[in-house]
Design a protein around this ligand. Structure first.
Ligand code: T4K
Length: 377
């Protein structure tokens, strides 16, 4: 059996810029004393991200959750209307709907990629529905063509939560080209991070102005406050980290692609393990490496901890089972999502694991399954 890893191995390890570059950037911040409120680093990061991610306009935020709330605000959906969404995501996807005064309605998933199932969404549309909030979970793109058709037929808005989809392309088209708005997260656990951060790439006319208003309390000038807003501004220090990490995220993606290949060659087709694969023509964001364990997921998850390997059960529990949503009459029956929540395990996934560690982890998982006591799986 594999020996215990000397140091804990977590599901991710944040990309950090070279300290010397951080110090040089901090010296500039100290000289100017501009430390927040859309300063020069903020502006530079926003325009560089627009060049990478696209959208008709792109607006930077202090985190992905604020960016989601701002995207919902920008589409000016009727108060109290229903937003059809996935139960299989991080809490923020649904909390953003609720905190904006709208009602989440959960629909079930496609079995292969665990994204929202367009047919399940169709079945949940009522005259109260105003929007679909779909998540490109793990960077697997939603069925954007089907959702475009539904949008046209039912006159709905579409927001894509693209927190896991930085750099994802579909047949050469950037993921932000689809829907009314796409929301990205730059949290420490994301491939590209600014420690905390996020943005909205928006495709509706006037949407950018509404996002900028929301980000800064609705303040347009010293004499003019246009609308209700909050503080969604990214600080100069966070923007500096983002700018420096832009210099190295492509290298990290390339290293993660090697780790992916190692895991695939070790695990694909092995007993009780299913590795979800990208559809043809998708350029991956290399954000997560989820596997599905058809039996004994929690046994494997717990046993790995005793070897100092800390995988994550993203996304268990389902959002529809949270205390604050489980009593919604719209929570419904979600068998595909329930099964995904029982089976998925996100493996440690970052570039440094290409040094042989990924192979050791994959072999450890296989041996844990092979040597499990009877009844444990
Ligand atoms: N939509 C979706 C689909 C999302 O997944 C998220 C965030 C959002 C929206 C909202 O975006 P933000 O508002 O967060 O920008 C993490 C993240 O906090 C969260 O950003 C992320 N999704 C979610 C999937 O994962 P936890 O509770 O798993 O984080 P934590 O602290 O347990 O970190 C995981 C592991 O990463 C740790 O065991 C160790 C390692 N780590 C973590 C941090 C923070 C480090 O090595 N260094 C660090 O600084 O939520």
């Amino acid at each position: 059996m594999t020996k215990t890893f000397a140091r804990p191995i977590f599901v991710t390890r944040p990309m950090l810029p070279p300290l010397s570059e951080v110090i040089a950037g901090m010296e500039r911040i100290y000289q100017s004393a501009i430390i927040t409120n859309m300063g020069p680093f903020h502006q530079e990061l926003e325009s560089k991200l627009m060049a990478i991610l696209g959208g008709q306009e792109l607006v930077l935020f202090n985190n992905g959750t604020t960016a989601l709330m701002a995207a919902i605000d920008a589409l000016q959906l009727p108060a109290g209307s229903e937003v059809i969404t996935t139960p299989f995501s991080f809490a923020a996807s649904t909390h953003a709907i609720t905190t904006q005064g709208l009602v989440p309605v959960f629909a079930d998933l496609e079995p292969d990629h665990m994204t929202l199932d367009p047919n399940a969404v169709l079945a949940k549309i009522t005259d109260k529905t105003s929007c679909i909030l779909a998540v490109h979970v793990y960077g697997f793109p939603c069925d954007v063509d089907a959702f475009s058709k539904i949008q046209a037929q039912h006159n709905l808005k579409i927001i894509y939560d693209a927190a896991h989809a930085f750099g994802t392309e579909l047949s050469g088209t950037r993921i932000s080209a689809f829907g009314d708005a796409s929301v990205f997260s730059f949290h420490a656990t994301k491939l590209f991070n600014s420690i905390e951060g996020g943005c909205v790439a928006i495709n509706t006319t006037g949407g950018g102005q509404r996002l900028r208003d929301f980000r800064n309390f609705g303040i347009r000038s010293e004499d003019h406050v246009s609308s209700v807003g909050i503080n969604g501004k990214m600080s100069e220090i966070h923007a500096l980290f983002g700018l420096l990490n832009l210099n190295q995220f492509r290298d990290e993606m390339a290293k993660r692609s090697i780790v992916r290949d190692i895991y695939l060659s070790e695990l694909n087709g092995w007993n009780d393990i299913v590795v979800p694969r990208q559809k043809d023509g998708v350029k991956s964001s290399q954000q997560y490496f989820p596997i599905r364990l058809l039996r004994g997921r929690d046994y494997v998850y717990t046993t790995l901890k005793s070897y100092n390997v800390f995988t994550r059960r993203y996304f268990h529990p389902l959002i529809s089972n949270f205390d604050c949503y489980s009593n919604l009459t719209t929570a419904g029956v979600l068998p595909v999502a329930e099964r995904a929540g029982r089976e998925v395990l996100c493996l440690p996934f970052y570039g440094d694991l290409a040094d042989g560690t990924a192979q050791e982890i994959a072999r450890l998982i296989k041996s844990i399954i092979a040597e499990a006591p009877q009844g444990a799986l």
